[in-house]
Design a protein around this ligand. Structure first.
Ligand code: FPP
Length: 263
């Protein structure tokens, strides 16, 4: 439950208030984590370059954060830049995202203060460009005493590297040779029957990049044909491991630089 003193429902838009009115206040989540996906497609659907999708995505970050702070959500964690994005995307796009992050922090700091939002980060942030790290530290320090929503940006973050880093911090040598499934490949497809959208503590490490298929069918009704249907669905997916697919839109670094400077 949130401390009711921090609620600013009156600041929600009329549409947000209408949805908020349908929620059970005693069952609000304490922590919401978001995988922010689809910037490139958003731009593609409008025949725009990918960077405009990222820019629009930054706007969503701010509006969602402000809504979270108005309803008193204590923890909001956004997947802003994955380790795989860093390794697999074209350099021009990575550079653009770094500049966008820097300018985002700069231009939204006052709004973060007005909304009592505290900014923090998780991930291998020490590998980001020094000028980006400086801006990140600046924003975190400036908002450190805010007491509303904690906005955590996952930057250069990967779930596996987090576990590796945590183990490395505990022991100088870390090996996963003792994991139960060490002799098998990681699952390509995870099927869940009965419609529940949960992982339930199953193969957490191994499913980092597994495709998930959820069916309403109850397990006792599940037969070979349903396995085949799941595999057919799996085969229609595009597995990108955090990278880009062909035809995801052009990246033009110079145009993007100008665009950021102007925004
Ligand atoms: C996925 O879109 C999104 C990202 C690469 C990360 C999220 C980044 C933002 C929302 C931009 C700004 C964030 C901050 C904190 C300033 P995609 O490129 O994978 O889209 P696609 O799958 O449609 O190609």
């Amino acid at each position: 439950m949130y401390p009711s003193g921090t609620l600013r429902i009156h600041e929600l838009t009329a549409e947000e208030r209408a949805v908020y009115a349908t929620l059970k206040p005693e069952r609000l989540p304490d922590h919401v984590a978001i995988i922010m996906d689809g910037n490139g497609r958003w731009a593609g659907h409008r025949s725009l370059k990918r960077f405009l999708g990222h820019q629009q995505g930054a706007k969503s970050v701010q509006l969602v954060t402000e809504a979270a702070s108005r309803i008193g959500l204590p923890w909001l964690t956004l997947y802003a830049f994955s380790l795989e994005n860093n390794l697999r995307r074209p350099r021009a796009e990575v550079n653009f995202l770094m500049r966008l992050l820097k300018s985002y922090l700069e231009s939204n700091l006052q709004r973060m203060m007005d909304n009592n939002v505290r900014i923090r980060y998780i991930g291998r942030t020490h590998e980001l460009p020094p000028e980006v790290q400086e801006k990140m530290i600046w924003a975190a320090e400036a908002t450190a005493s805010n007491t509303g929503t904690t906005l955590t940006l996952a930057l250069n973050y990967g779930g596996r590297s987090e576990i590796v880093d945590a183990f490395r911090a505990l022991a100088s040598e870390m090996k996963f040779k003792h994991i139960y499934t060490a002799h098998m490949p990681d699952p390509d497809l995870l099927i869940r029957t009965s419609g529940e959208m949960r992982i339930s503590n199953y193969l957490l490490w191994q499913i980092a990049y597994t495709e998930i298929y959820v069916t309403e069918r109850l397990w006792p009704d599940f037969r070979g044909i349903h396995l085949l249907e799941a595999i057919a669905d799996f085969q229609r997916r595009e597995r990108r491991y955090g990278g880009l697919t062909e035809g995801s839109g052009e990246v033009d670094e110079e145009t993007e630089r100008i665009r950021i400077a102007a925004s």
